[in-house]
Design a protein around this ligand. Structure first.
Ligand SMILES: C[S@@+](CC[C@H](N)C(=O)[O-])C[C@H]1O[C@@H](n2cnc3c(N)ncnc32)[C@H](O)[C@@H]1O
Length: 346
């Protein structure tokens, strides 16, 4: 009988021999419906229910990588607003800022473990930030306990965890690394995280949207009493909000079990404020108190990109930088969007 090759589901471009279809669908096909992990709890870290448009978009987020802008962001057209509308938002932000935010000193630190790479990298953009993050972790005692569970939110390739491993001199498999992302990546870093010694570190990659994450139910957290150290580099606006909510929920759960102090520290380098979502922002009461409506919140998010867009600016980025920046869905070079809120400089 001749072998017949048939397309798999609506996954255009993939076909398998008919005789292999059953096996392919059972264990091989990346497009097969996946079972939800025990730690999945839909929207548990959102503050308000999400619109059906957003839920639909999120379901398919990784088939949207080439979309220039998320649909609800595209609807916010700053260039159509009057000067008064824009000024009113700027004024409200300035008043709230002056009333609530103490001066934040610029403190760029370095860490000796990262500095060894300075002579071998072509661009120091990421190294500068990683070295400073390690410096701040050291300064705040977040590298002291090598047996901790380092939880990297929006981990991507998990370079940050690798820097932590080096900075903490974790060489004998003491630590656990939990790498969270909703996008699957090539797990090239994971081998290095396991380490060279006979005793391997514990490494768990969890593919999940943080908005749906019940941290207390992740296997490598649930089966032991290790302290959690939460880390992240370039976590987009709403992902930072839901990560903090996720950690708060985790603290509550652990307290109810009698564990008083389950988190040893949190360090997050933010990015992409334009991707904040009203429904994921954890404190709508506060927004009300400073008279920021949902519409103004969305406009404010988009305006936040004015701080980083560099049309006509003098920042120079290398080809590798641009590649790095475009490796995720955050690079919003909104060419099909009226407003320039490109985010290439971060
Ligand atoms: C800008 S990248 C940074 C990646 C990596 N931390 C680095 O510094 O190279 C942001 C990462 O966060 C992930 N991410 C964004 N929102 C997320 C969410 N809600 N849940 C899980 N991962 C998310 C993205 O898939 C992406 O890998």
């Amino acid at each position: 009988m001749p072998l017949r090759s048939i397309p798999v589901g609506d996954n255009k471009g993939i076909s398998v021999f008919e005789k292999d279809l059953k096996k392919h669908m059972k264990s091989r096909c990346n497009a097969r419906p996946k079972e939800l992990p025990a730690c999945h709890s839909l929207n548990v870290n959102c503050t308000l229910p999400l619109s059906s448009e957003e839920l639909e978009f999120q379901k398919n987020i990784y088939s949207h990588q080439n979309m220039f802008v998320q649909p609800w962001l595209a609807r916010v057209q700053l260039h159509e607003l009057s000067r008064n509308d824009l000024d009113s938002i700027i004024d409200k932000v300035s008043v709230a800022y002056d009333a609530n935010v103490a001066p934040i000193p610029m403190e760029q630190l370095t860490h000796h473990s990262s500095e060894k790479r300075r002579n071998i990298v072509s661009s120091t953009k990421h190294l500068d930030q990683l070295s400073s993050l390690m410096g701040h972790m050291e300064k705040n005692g977040m590298l002291r306990d090598k047996t901790a569970c380092f939880v990297e939110f929006g981990a991507g390739r998990a370079d940050l965890s690798l820097y932590v491993k080096k900075a903490a001199s974790e060489e004998n498999g003491e630590a656990t690394y939990l790498l969270l992302d909703r996008k699957s990546v090539r797990n090239k870093t994971d081998q290095a995280l396991l380490g060279q010694s006979h005793n391997k570190s514990r490494v768990q990659r969890q593919l999940i949207d943080i908005k749906d994450l019940d941290l207390s139910k992740v296997e490598c957290i649930a089966d032991n009493d290790k302290k959690v150290v939460a880390i992240s580099k370039h976590l987009c606006g709403c992902a930072t909000d839901v990560s903090l909510k996720c950690l708060m929920n985790y603290v509550e759960t652990e307290k109810s079990k009698g564990h008083t102090d389950p988190i040893q520290g949190i360090i997050i380098a933010l990015c992409c404020h334009q991707l904040c979502r009203y429904e994921m922002y954890p404190n709508q009461e506060y927004l009300k108190s400073i008279s920021i409506s949902k519409t103004e919140f969305e406009r404010m998010c988009k305006m936040s990109s004015w701080a980083t867009c560099h049309s006509g600016g003098n920042s120079v980025s290398t080809a590798q930088d641009d590649k790095d920046d475009n490796d995720d869905e955050h690079a919003n070079s909104n060419t099909n969007d009226g407003d320039d809120n490109s985010d290439k400089t971060r």
